[in-house]
Structures are given as structure tokens and as C-alpha cells.
Design a protein around this ligand. Structure first.
Ligand SMILES: *[C@@H]1O[C@H](CO)[C@@H](O)[C@H](O)[C@H]1NC(C)=O
Ligand SMILES: *[C@@H]1O[C@H](CO)[C@@H](O)[C@H](O)[C@H]1NC(C)=O
Ligand SMILES: *[C@@H]1O[C@H](CO)[C@@H](O)[C@H](O)[C@H]1NC(C)=O
Ligand SMILES: *[C@@H]1O[C@H](CO)[C@@H](O)[C@H](O)[C@H]1NC(C)=O
Ligand SMILES: *[C@@H]1O[C@H](CO)[C@@H](O)[C@H](O)[C@H]1NC(C)=O
Ligand SMILES: *[C@@H]1O[C@H](CO)[C@@H](O)[C@H](O)[C@H]1NC(C)=O
Ligand SMILES: *[C@@H]1O[C@H](CO)[C@@H](O)[C@H](O)[C@H]1NC(C)=O
Length: 561
């Protein structure tokens, strides 16, 4: 069957290429990948450790596919950890079994076991990424997903000379699982990372023999940078000294192009930007530095540096650096976010739901619960609508599909259980409730979801990621969402479409999406520390009518718990 599809896809592709016409509707290719998950010894910051990798590569291999292709990735676990991999931002229409979050859509792939992720890419083009979705393994288990347009379909921007993936990460000298385990035992925050990385490299470090990643460019050519934030816990500013960037796409959805010298990118977000090498020669710093506007939160403040190297420039030439925004530069972040708009062209319309079936208000924030096993006696927790999510021991999607009772309830609160001034004086009681509660949606119903930050402990910027859907960010603001005044200012014409949105510190964002994908879909803060603390929930979308509107049956090799 797979071979047949390849042949059919190829034949159609050849016909399209020879006729120079717009290609006829074709089924895409089937692309096969094999991911061997293996340990590898790596040295960074003058210090070595063993890390979990795919195929001995760090960052891991890039998945290339075109829109409409089917991707089959066989993941074989050769490490002593349970593993699962999430294809971050892929819509996974009816293929929730291939989404990847452990205990949400599958049981983990246990040591010596394997699983084939099988999904088709529909209606998306641009950059996404894959990463582990269990424990804190995604610290080193990540790589890019590049989705090219259908054969014969051009980009809606000038064709670049070359493309380059720039994947940003975080590096701990210690074993990352030891870092989070230590924090869980104490009930307090984990140690921050020791460095940021660009394509796996922190850049020059005093006393260490490291140079950092170097990107060669030619004078006068334009490059497409596919920028990915794969860091665990930090939002980042991205800059290239002496060069402007033109943003053309975020989260695999085209945007109206705009120029900027600084990109703001939260964990879980991707940004495609054009860069023209308009200098004669030289070396220019590419930098990734932390954005954090909550003073009390500890961060890694070490800037990662890579180099844009014009061909012909001697390597002894000193690198030109750029000024970095201050760590707490909220206005820089807000200006960037407010510049993002969907392309909304005839070919790529922004299909914003205009009617709303479910109007939801979810508060997001932190709390403190007593903890008998914690050395501090308490435990920092996080919640949505005061519910700290408890992970089940079998996957929610299996529990749903096979009607297994007692795993979850579908009574997730549509509104905060207690109304108060979310961004003002907080209740003195910082406790939260625990539960594995889902919010149920009928197939094709529409949702307006306002995410409201709270000031519990402290207001903080949270990048919230929704699996299985893209949403439109129709509004945002500071303070408390006002359900009378604020909707009047919503942009229902060309709001940015994405899968991860940074909710401003002490503010809110309003999202809209159509529940056109049956299954169980995780939603969580993409700061891994907050996910661990419970800032997560899931939507359950029922089947519609007939097989085309229903979740596919689980594959035979779906891992068992
Ligand atoms: C992948 O899933 C499709 C259904 O979406 C199925 O027809 C096909 O057989 C699967 N391929 C493999 C190799 O499991
Ligand atoms: C966390 O940081 C503390 C203080 O620097 C250090 O003592 C501890 O060993 C670190 N933990 C891990 C797991 O690296
Ligand atoms: C970075 O953080 C460390 C530890 O908190 C601090 O000592 C140092 O001054 C900070 N550096 C900068 C440039 O802010
Ligand atoms: C909420 O608290 C903030 C900060 O104290 C204050 O500015 C605002 O007026 C309060 N809002 C309401 C509705 O009370
Ligand atoms: C959250 O739930 C806990 C436990 O039921 C309760 O004590 C607390 O008052 C609630 N807080 C809010 C803001 O809803
Ligand atoms: C979903 O709802 C929209 C708007 O009511 C409608 O146009 C569309 O046909 C529906 N799709 C399905 C598959 O039911
Ligand atoms: C791996 O996953 C299985 C299935 O959920 C579970 O029983 C086992 O305890 C897990 N192993 C570890 C080391 O957590």
C-alpha cells in the first residue's frame, strides 16, 4: 500500500513537472524515517555527559515533507527511559494516536520497544518541530520539521537562495532528569540551565575550545531562516547583528510580511524570516537571549551566539555584535507580537470562526499545596481554572476510545470556580484542586477561549500550546479580560494563526478555533517546569457523522501501559 502510494505520487509529480501547469490534485508521497533513540556522549561548556539523542545526532534529524505527504516514522527505543515523540504543531487530523504526548494519546514506548508514527500533513506549510513528550527528555530529543508547499506551488514571498534551520535550546551541565527529580523532591523550582544553544552550540565560552554554529552566506543573496524555540523553560529574543529580518510565517501558517530587527519566540513557537546578506563581507553575531519580565523568576541569562559568516571573510576577522534587548523588555515583545497578522490571501484565507458555541475563560497561574513527601513540606503547583492536572496511568485517548471508566471526567470548568480580581489582590488561599478533568466539545463546534494570567505568587508570561489545532489569536490585553468591552476590539479578519501563544504577564489573550478534529487534545504551558507542576488540561472532541469525521482506530503497534 505504502509503495503504491509512492509510485502514484511520483507519477503525478513527474506529470506536473513536465507540463508546467498547476498540479492536478494528487495524493502526496509516503516518506519513511527511522528514529533510533540512543545515548550519546557530548561535550559542552568544557564538560561531558551522556544525552538521549535520535540517531546519534544533536539536534536530531530534520523531517522533510510536502503538504499532503504521509510521514511514517519508526521510533525504536534503545535507551533506559520511556520515550514518546510529539510532532509539535502537526494537525493530526483523525490521527490522534500519532500525536505523541505520553499518557494523553499513547502509552510510552518502553525500552527495547518501537512504534510507527503515521500521519498526513494537511493544510500546513512552513516550519514545525518534533520533540520528546515525556519526562524532561525534550531537553536533547528534538529536531526540525520542514513542510514544503505542494509540488509546483511557490512560496508567497520571494524564493530564497537557501534555507537554514536555526533551532534554539537550553543546556544543563548536569543530567536533566536529575535536575527535575531534585526539584520534585524539594517541592521547589528546578535549577536553571547553564547555557542557551543555537543548533546545539552555546557559542564561544571562555576557556573552552568551542566556536559555536556558523552559517555561511554570500553577499547579495536572500536566505530563509527557519527559527525554532526548542528550549525548555525560556522565551527568547533572536537577533542578527547588522541585519533586518522579514517575518513571513509562524507555526507553519503564512503571515503578512513585516520587518523587524528582533524576533521574540517562546518555547513551542517557530518563525520563518527572510534575511538578505546585504553587507560586502564580515562576521555577524546571531544571538538568542532570555526574555523574562517577572523579576522574581530565576533564569539562565547566558546569551547563545552563532555566526553569520560572509564567504571570503577570513576567520580571524572579529565578529560584529549587536545590542540585546534587556531581559525584561516587555515593550519589545509586545511590539513584535502585535505586528503578527495572518496572510489572509485568496489562496490562504484566515478562516476565523465568527460564531461561538463555547465561550470559555481559563485562568492560568501558580499555587502552593501542602506536600508530605517534599523536603520543604510544600509543593509549588500550577493550574488552569484552579485545577492542577493529574496525569493518568493509561492514555486518555485509549480511555476515551475504549470507554474505560475511571480514568478522567469531562467536567473541566468553563469558567474560574471563584471570580476575583485575577491580576490584582490575590486570595490568601494559594491551594488548588487536583483532577484529570477534560472539556468536551461536539465535532465542528466553535470555541472562544480567553486565557487569563493570574498574579498568584506572581504574574508571569505563559506560552500556551494547543495540540491538534491551530487557533486564531483575536485579541489580547493587560489586566483582566472584560467580556463587554474587549470583544468589540477583536480582529476577526486577519488575526495570526498559530499553535502556541504567549499570554502576557498580568494580561490575557482571546483565541478562536473550530473543533474539527475528533480525539483528545492536550493543552499546556510550554514552559516544561509549569507543565510538570500541572498547568495542563485536555479537550475531548467527539466524533462527527460518518468515518470522515471520526477518529481512526488505533494502530496495531500502539504501545501498551
Ligand atoms: C497509516 O495510516 C493510514 C490511515 O490513515 C493507513 O491506511 C495506513 O495503512 C497506515 N500505514 C501504516 C504503515 O501503518
Ligand atoms: C542545582 O544547583 C545547586 C546549587 O548550585 C547544586 O548544589 C545542585 O547540585 C544542582 N543540582 C543538580 C541536579 O545539578
Ligand atoms: C546572570 O545571573 C547571574 C546569577 O544570577 C548573575 O550573577 C549575573 O550578574 C547575571 N549576569 C547578567 C549579565 O545579568
Ligand atoms: C484589579 O486590581 C488592579 C491592580 O490592583 C486594579 O488596577 C484594578 O482596578 C482592579 N480591577 C478591578 C475590577 O477591581
Ligand atoms: C482552589 O481550590 C482550592 C481547593 O479546593 C480552594 O481552597 C481555593 O480557594 C480555590 N481557589 C480559587 C482561586 O478558586
Ligand atoms: C462545520 O460548520 C461550518 C459552519 O457552520 C459548516 O460550514 C461546515 O460545513 C461544517 N463542517 C462539517 C464537516 O460539518
Ligand atoms: C514506563 O511506562 C510503563 C507504562 O506506563 C510504566 O509501567 C513504567 O513504570 C514506566 N517506567 C518508568 C521507568 O517510569
Amino acid at each position: 500500500m505504502a509503495a503504491l502510494l509512492v509510485v502514484r505520487g511520483l507519477a503525478a509529480a513527474v506529470v506536473a513537472a513536465f507540463c508546467f501547469m498547476s498540479p492536478p490534485p494528487v495524493e502526496g508521497l509516503v516518506r519513511h524515517y527511522k528514529f533510533n533513540v540512543v545515548m550519546k556522549k557530548v561535550t559542552r561548556l568544557c564538560s561531558s555527559k551522556s544525552i538521549v539523542t535520535v540517531n546519534n545526532k544533536f539536534p536530531g534529524p530534520t523531517i522533510y515533507a510536502r503538504e499532503d505527504d504521509t510521514v511514517l516514522i519508526k521510533v525504536v527505543n534503545h535507551v533506559p527511559y520511556n520515550v514518546s515523540i510529539h510532532w509539535h504543531g502537526i494537525r493530526q487530523l483523525r490521527t490522534g494516536w500519532a500525536d505523541g504526548p505520553a499518557y494523553i494519546t499513547q502509552c510510552p514506548i518502553q525500552p527495547r520497544q518501537s512504534y510507527v508514527y503515521n500521519f498526513t500533513i494537511t493544510g500546513q506549510r512552513g516550519t514545525l518541530f518534533w520533540h520528546a513528550h515525556i519526562l524532561w527528555l525534550r531537553a536533547t530529543l528534538y529536531g526540525a520539521v520542514v513542510i514544503l508547499p505542494k509540488l509546483g506551488v511557490p512560496y508567497p514571498f520571494p524564493t530564497p537562495h537557501k534555507e537554514m534551520v536555526l533551532i534554539l535550546g537550553e543546556w544543563w551541565k548536569s543530567d536533566v532528569e536529575a535536575v527535575i527529580n531534585e526539584a520534585t523532591k524539594s517541592g521547589l523550582a528546578p535549577n536553571v540551565s547553564d547555557a542557551h544553544t543555537i543548533n546545539g552550540h552555546p557559542g564561544p565560552v571562555q576557556g573552552c575550545l568551542t566556536r559555536g554554529f556558523s552559517m555561511p552566506v554570500q553577499h547579495g543573496k536572500t536566505y530563509l531562516l527557519r527559527i525554532i524555540n526548542a528550549a525548555l523553560n525560556e522565551e527568547l529574543f533572536f537577533k542578527v547583528a547588522g541585519h533586518k529580518l522579514t517575518v513571513v510565517e509562524v507555526d507553519a501558517a503564512y503571515t503578512k510580511p513585516f520587518n523587524t530587527d528582533t524576533i521574540v519566540i517562546a518555547p513551542g513557537q517557530t518563525t520563518n524570516a527572510l534575511l538578505t546578506a546585504d553587507h560586502g563581507s564580515g562576521k555577524y553575531a546571531i544571538s538568542a537571549s532570555t526574555f523574562m519580565d517577572t523579576p522574581i523568576v530565576a533564569v539562565d541569562n547566558v546569551t547563545a551566539i552563532a555566526t553569520l559568516h560572509y564567504t571570503g571573510t577570513p576567520s580571524t576577522t572579529p565578529t560584529s555584535f549587536t545590542g540585546l534587548p534587556p531581559q525584561n523588555a516587555t515593550p519589545v515583545a509586545t511590539k513584535f507580537t502585535n505586528s503578527l497578522r495572518s496572510l489572509n490571501s485568496k489562496q490562504y484565507p484566515a478562516k476565523v470562526p465568527l460564531e461561538v458555541d463555547h465561550s470559555l475563560l481559563f485562568t492560568i497561574g501558580l499555587g502552593i499545596n501542602p506536600c508530605k513527601t517534599c523536603s520543604s513540606g510544600n509543593q509549588v503547583v500550577a493550574d488552569i481554572n484552579n485545577v492542577t492536572f493529574v496525569m493518568p496511568t493509561i492514555s486518555l485517548l485509549q480511555a476515551h476510545y475504549f470507554n474505560i471508566n475511571g480514568v478522567f471526567t469531562d467536567d473541566f470548568p468553563a469558567n474560574p470556580p471563584i471570580r476575583y480580581n485575577y491580576t490584582g489582590k490575590q486570595p490568601s488561599n494559594l491551594h488548588t484542586m487536583s483532577g484529570t478533568r477534560l472539556y468536551r466539545l461536539a465535532y465542528n463546534s466553535t470555541v472562544q477561549l480567553v486565557l487569563q494570567d493570574t498574579a498568584m505568587i506572581a504574574p508571569e508570561n505563559h506560552p500556551i500550546h494547543l495540540h491538534g489545532f491551530n487557533f486564531f489569536a483575536v485579541g489580547s490585553g493587560l489586566g483582566n479580560f472584560n467580556h463587554k468591552k474587549d470583544p468589540k476590539k477583536f480582529n476577526l479578519v486577519d488575526p495570526v494563526e498559530r499553535n502556541t501563544i504567549a499570554v502576557p504577564s498580568g494580561g490575557w489573550v482571546a483565541l478562536r478555533f473550530r473543533a474539527d478534529n475528533p480525539g483528545v487534545w492536550f493543552m499546556h504551558c510550554h514552559l516544561e517546569v509549569h507543565t510538570t507542576w500541572g498547568l495542563k488540561m485536555a479537550f475531548l472532541v467527539d466524533n462527527g457523522e460518518g468515518p470522515e469525521e471520526s477518529l481512526l482506530p488505533p494502530p496495531n503497534d500502539l504501545p501498551k501501559c
